[in-house]
Design a protein. Structure first.
Ligand SMILES: Cc1ncc(COP(=O)(O)O)c(C=O)c1O
Length: 377
């Protein structure tokens, strides 16, 4: 019996030869590239027997969902016998939020769906998906599944090497830039991004994934939404899963030129974003208090964790996102785990020897810092 899920163990590396695929010809045959893809590994939940368990493994919002979003979700519930009709006008609200037209917006069941649509529509065997190494896992999987070749361009100082990525791009490729990046947390300079947009062939897609944009406090912070005039293939993806706290509902979107997004809109499932998610996301977009509280507390927790690492001599990557990548030493991830705090092994993210710590509530960060101080202080 063929067993695709087992053909690439969780956490394994991709196998470009595809040799791990099944050979049994009596059952259905998935596309050959499937055998080469190492599956995405979700962040682990904390130990079930630890009442103070803290999940710092999936870059979620520890402050909960937007209260306005929840109220809108509850109000939408009685109508779920109907297919979703975008009651809050989510697309229009997103467009207004960014100062663009509704035709510049495509919505998805999470930004991961937008990424999948981009790869389904713009890639095929013979084209390439150009990613940073280490890449964000869904860029890697969606690119490979489309039959494209995955071109990994190593990060320099943990940051995308945009000149080398631009130089690698050929006609018809998709170039994926994650800003800030997951798993490193680093942001790219706006002038470097403009340089990439000026350089890559006009028939490429440049996918700029801004899932963590709101957490950036670099004074040079810029969004690629303001760069739509620089490249016809620019698509910027955003999510309601992080700062808006709606990861479980699945809502995200892409912004680009209408002619670039139209193919995605044509083939997406017509009811791809469910009615609850549409209502909640539209309301959450206006929940300025929740966003401001989340951003302020997350930046503060990030600063405290980074200062602690520096003081204790723990190597870490300075972050612009809601997580920090910290080098393994003397079993600190296991020590957190014994106290019910789960963090993400870098081995699952292309950075073995490191763990990624999501910024939690102030109380959760107090516990993380206390454990690190006990070990290294
Ligand atoms: C860089 C990046 N893009 C996209 C996503 C997924 O977002 P969504 O929940 O909107 O699918 C994540 C989630 O961790 C991410 O890290």
């Amino acid at each position: 019996m063929s067993d695709w899920a087992g053909s690439r163990p969780a956490g394994a590396e991709d196998d470009p030869t595809g040799a791990a695929g099944p050979t049994d010809a009596t059952g259905p045959r998935p596309v050959p590239q499937l055998g080469s893809i190492a599956p995405y590994v979700m962040g682990a939940a904390p130990r079930a027997d630890e009442p103070r368990g803290a999940k710092l493994s999936s870059n979620e919002n520890p402050f909960g969902p937007s209260p306005l979003g929840i109220a809108a979700a509850v109000a939408a519930l009685p109508d779920v016998n109907r297919y979703p009709v975008d009651p809050g006008g989510l697309r229009a609200r997103i467009a207004a939020h960014h100062g663009v037209e509704p035709a510049n917006v495509v919505t998805g069941a999470g930004s991961d769906e937008v990424i999948n649509l981009v790869c389904a529509v713009y890639l095929e065997p013979g084209r390439r998906m150009i990613v940073a190494d280490p890449p964000y896992g869904i860029h890697r999987i969606a690119g490979l599944l489309s039959g494209a070749e995955l071109v990994r361009v190593p990060v320099v100082d943990w940051t995308h090497d945009l000149p080398s990525m631009a130089a690698a791009a050929r006609s018809g490729d998709v170039v994926a830039v994650t800003n800030p990046h997951n798993p490193t947390g680093t942001a790219v300079r706006p002038d470097a991004l403009r340089g990439l947009l000026a350089t890559v062939p006009r028939d490429c897609v440049v996918l700029v994934d801004e899932a963590y944009h709101e957490y950036v406090d670099d004074p040079l912070r810029a969004t690629a939404v303001e760069m739509l005039d620089l490249h016809p293939g620019l698509i910027v993806s955003r999510t309601f899963s992080k700062v808006y706290g709606l990861a479980g509902l699945r809502a995200g979107y892409g912004i680009g030129r209408p002619e670039t997004l139209e193919p995605l809109d044509r083939v997406r499932a017509p009811a791809n974003v469910n009615a609850i998610a549409l209502a909640a996301a539209a309301a959450a977009l206006d929940d300025r208090d929740h966003v401001a509280r989340t951003v302020a507390a997350t930046r503060d927790g990030r600063r405290r964790l980074e200062e602690t690492c520096t003081r204790l001599g723990l190597e870490h990557v300075p972050s612009q996102a809601n997580f920090v990548l910290v080098r393994d030493r003397d079993g600190w991830p296991e020590a957190l785990g014994r106290d019910g705090i789960s963090v993400r092994p870098g081995a699952n993210l292309g950075v073995p020897g490191w763990h990624r710590v999501t910024i939690g509530t102030p109380a959760e960060m107090d516990r993380v810092i206390a454990i690190l101080e006990l070990l290294f202080g």
